[in-house]
Write a protein that binds this ligand. Structure first.
Ligand code: GDP
Ligand code: MG
Length: 439
């Protein structure tokens, strides 16, 4: 897949202490192929690669200490930009219900997504009303009613004998009368775009004057999804896109091209058939997912609600200045433990998933206890200055902690590596970390 291919390109770069213009060219050739194979629009690929190349072949990058990391960071930032830069929020009406019209081809996921969105809004203490305006597909109304029942959101319908325009109009009135703050209109789709469908959508649009026109597209269809989006957008100005079926074997083409081609931001991503499998789309998270950087930002968010921010800031400063000691290590282990089962946490940290698979690094909660025992057997001085721990001291620590010298050696080696990695990582993330948050 795309992630695997990109990781290969980058692991080649990362290993290099110096990066030449040829190396960058070679890497960009491979990035280009990987993106094309992932079904990203060729124009988008061309511009993307040109941009990354331009930024990478600079003196500051090539002469830097970690050129590979900087290039990965450039790619990450450009991918994020490509997908809109930052999260595109749902519009809110100044007065009366916020009207959201869901449009798209048949089977894209409009009805399912309408219900998912209602659930999401309900969780934010809103009172959405769903409107069943697909009178053509057999059982479409029933489908929405069942979903509404399931999430306890009311569904407005007038059966399939009344025109969708009339249903939408009366639905809006119903929302106003009942104090619903969101109106989600589920419309009909066709297998292909046709004039009749567009005309009906335009009429509904005129009738309810939506704050959002969300196009629902199946991410599995790659560039076809982008063509559909382009087409809809010229006929019925869209305000956003919802990408569905991202849980499947999607190649990434739709996510990476749709904003660049249509100018419409992706507002939500659907990752499954379940009713709560819808989330606001975060370009930066998608980019790091594509790059296989782990879900670093989710981890940071999780950490922020569990970790002492002041302490984390102090840690970050220490890492940056390479002042990180075994005392800090212990404290950090404490903090990490608060986040949940260790192997889950590890999966979210860049590179850690791979490291975990390596035979010599088995990290689990039991292993953590042994590691702690080793660190506790160090003297105050040793913890502050790990470089002073020579062979004789290692033997003493092994005995004191009830472990063995091989384990002590391994921990000290890993600690050194970790210090180096943290330094590299914090350099890569810039002076303030991602999005300027402390971590
Ligand atoms: P509509 O014709 O556009 O209204 O599409 P539906 O909402 O009826 O969905 C069509 C099919 O796609 C249904 O079987 C849904 O369960 C499925 N579906 C919708 N969204 C997702 C998703 O994000 N992931 C997966 N795996 N299936 C989805
Ligand atoms: Mg439907």
């Amino acid at each position: 897949g795309l992630t695997g291919r990109l990781q290969n390109v980058f692991s080649k770069l990362r290993g290099k202490g110096k990066v030449s213009e040829d190396d960058v060219n070679e890497a960009m050739r491979e990035v280009r192929l990987a993106l094309l194979e992932a079904d990203v629009n060729f124009k988008v690929v061309k511009e993307f690669v040109a941009k990354v190349k331009e930024k990478s072949i600079g003196k500051e990058v090539m002469d830097s200490f970690t050129p590979g990391m900087i290039i990965i960071d450039i790619v990450n930032k450009e991918l994020t930009e490509l997908m809109g830069g930052s999260q595109a929020k749902l519009a809110k009406a100044n007065k009366g219900p916020t009207v959201i019209m869901m449009v798209g081809l048949q089977g894209a996921g409009k009805t399912t997504t309408s219900a998912k969105l209602a659930k999401l809004l309900q969780k934010q203490n809103s009172r959405p009303l769903l409107v069943a305006a697909d009178i053509y597909r057999p059982a479409a109304i029933k489908q929405l009613e069942v979903l509404g029942e399931q999430i306890k959101v009311p569904v407005f319908s007038l059966g399939d004998k009344v025109s969708p325009v009339e249903i939408a109009k009366q639905g809006l009135q119903h929302a106003k009368d009942n104090g619903n703050d969101y109106l989600i209109v589920d419309t009909a789709g066709r297998l292909h775009i046709d004039e009749e469908l567009m005309e009906e959508l335009r009429q509904i649009h005129t009738e309810v004057n939506p704050d959002e026109v969300l196009l629902v597209v199946d991410a599995m269809t790659g560039q076809d999804a982008v063509n559909v989006a382009d087409n809809f957008n010229t006929q019925l100005t869209l305000t956003g896109v919802v990408l569905t079926k991202l849980d499947g074997d999607t190649r990434g083409g739709a996510a990476l091209s749709v904003k660049a081609v249509t100018g419409c931001p992706i507002k939500f991503a659907a990752l499954g058939e379940k009713i709560d499998a819808l989330e606001p789309f975060h370009p930066e998270r998608m980019a790091s997912r594509i790059l296989g950087m782990g879900d670093m930002l989710s981890l940071i968010e999780k950490a922020q609600s569990n970790i002492d921010v002041e302490k984390a800031k102090e840690m970050e400063r220490k890492m940056r200045n390479a002042e990180f000691t075994f005392d800090d290590f212990l404290e950090q282990m404490d903090q990490v433990k608060k986040l949940g089962p260790l192997d889950q946490i590890m999966d979210m940290i860049p590179g850690m998933g791979k490291m975990k698979q390596a035979k010599d690094l088995k990290v689990d909660d039991k292993q953590m206890g042994r590691i702690e025992a080793i660190v506790y057997s160090m003297t105050k001085q040793e913890k502050q200055h790990p470089e002073m721990i020579d062979h004789k001291r290692r033997k003493r620590i092994a005995t004191g902690s009830g472990t063995n010298i091989a384990e002590v050696n391994r921990l000290i080696k890993q600690f050194d590596e970790m210090r180096r990695m943290m330094k590299q990582f914090s350099d890569m993330m810039g002076p303030k970390g991602p999005k300027g948050k402390a971590m």
